[in-house]
Design a binder for this molecule. Sequence first.
Ligand SMILES: [Zn+2]
Length: 126
Amino acid sequence: MREMSTDMRNLRVSPINQAMFSVSGESSSFVVDIKNRTCTCRMLQVDQLPCPHALAVFASMKMDPYEYCSYYYTSEAFRNTYQETIFSVGNPAEWTVPNDVHDIVVIAPNQKRSCGRPTEKRFRAA
Ligand SMILES: [Zn+2]
């Protein structure tokens, strides 16, 4: 968002109504709807991260842009992702495998499949 905030400097914000704003740049203009969290550039609804147009609106309205970021971008979500204990498998050379497990040989099922598309087993009634 900090990087994008440099892109919003040349944007002009003009209100359409209480929730919708027209944001125009040098060659294009977009409509930001802060109530429905949408922008016509679609970044706000797809990435759920404020686009430069939304950032320009938030700056002009003195609103907190972080309230419009998805929860999944927060450090809390990141921490919760790795909250559970993760057991790494480690080096296979250092594994302690019981002999009865070690001696089991697992091979692919002994089945021959003909190449091509399998025939249908269903037949239509006459
Ligand atoms: Zn936008």
